[in-house]
Design a protein. Sequence first.
Length: 363
Amino acid sequence: MGSGLSPDKRTVGRQFPPRMTRKTLRAFFYAQLLTVAACSNQGLEPVRRESTVMGTFVSVTIFDEHVRREFAQAMIDSVFEEMKRIESIATDYADSSDIGQVNAHAGIETVSVSKEIARLVEESILYSETSLGAFDITVGPLVHSWDFLSDSPRVLSRAELNGLLPLVNYRNIVWENDKVFLKKKGMRLDLGAIAKGYAVDRAIALLKRRGLTNVIVDLGGNLGVSWDGTRLLDSTRATIFIRHPRRDGEMFGHFEVGTSGVSTSGDYQRYFTSGGVRYHHILDPHTGEPARDVVSVTIVAGDATKADALSTTVFVLGREKGMSLIEDLKDVEGMIIHEQGDTLGYMLSSGLKGRFVWGEPRD
Ligand code: AMP
Ligand code: MG
C-alpha cells in the first residue's frame, strides 16, 4: 500500500547517508572535525545511534558534553520509542491507527482521533490553504494507486488519474475538535509529508526536557537541530550537508544553522523510471502526476514539522511560486535545486545567500 509512512526500499533523502563511507563520515564532521579531535583528548565524543522507523532511517546524535553516555543512550532509546508511537497513530498502512480509522470510515462516519493527530490534520489544512492546494493530505488515493514502492510500479493513465482526482481535495475534510470526517467514500488521508517532521519535533522536545540541548535528530531527511553553542564542538552553529540529488553518496553543498528544523524533499527519494521519465512520490494534487519543476527543496524553519510540510509544498509549487512563498514567510529560508540543461542549478532565499557553500567539502 503506497504511503509516505510505508517501509522504504530505497535510501531516502537524508543529509547523512545511512551507511557512512569514510567520505560521508568526514563530511558529517567537516567543520567540526578539529574541535572534535581536540575534545577527544579528554575522551569526549558525541553519542550517536541509528535505527529505522516510519519506513526510513533515523539517527540521533547528542553533542552535550557533560552527559553520562548511559544516560544519552537511554534518551536515544526513548526517542526511538516515541517515534514508533507516532508511527502507530499516523500511518495509513494499518486500519488500527487513527489515520487508518479515518480512512476506513470515509464517506460513512466521523472518527475520534488523538489530539495530536487532530492538530496535525488542522495544521496540514493550513498549509493547503496557504498554498492553494499544492500541499494536500488527501492525496492518499493517488499515492496508493501510483504505488511507488511496488516491485512493478506502472504509469497511471490520464483516465485513471481523472477518476481519482475528485477524491483529492482538502476542503472535503471535516474537522472539529478531535473528530475527523472525510466527506467522500474512497478518500484517504496520507500524513507522509508532515508526520516525520512532527516526530522529529517530539524527539527534540523530549531530549530538551531531559536537559540535552545540543542534538541533531535526522528522520529520513527531516532534521531537528537543537544547538546552544555546544561546548563539545566549540561552535555556535551546526553544519548541514545537502545530498546531491543525482550523485549517490555525494554532497551538493552545505550551510550552517542554529536551533531549527531542516527538511529536504527530493525526486530521488522514491521513484521509478519508465520510458526515460522519472515518476516520483511528490504529487501535484491538481493533476495527480509527479510535480515536475524542481528536483529537490530544502527548507530551514523554526521547527521540523513546518520545514517538512513546506519542503513538500515548495516542491509542488515549483521555482517561482515556491521561492515567493519562502520569501513571504517569516523565519523560513530555503534552497531549490532544479534541472538546467544537462546539469543542476539552484536558487537560494535571501537569508541563505552568502551562507550556502556549493560542492563537496574540502579537507
Ligand atoms: P516529503 O518527502 O516530505 O516531501 O513527503 C512526500 C510524501 O507525502 C509522499 O510519499 C506522499 O505520501 C505524500 N505526498 C505526496 N504529494 C503530496 C502533496 N502534494 N501534499 C501532501 N502530501 C503529499
Ligand atoms: Mg515534507
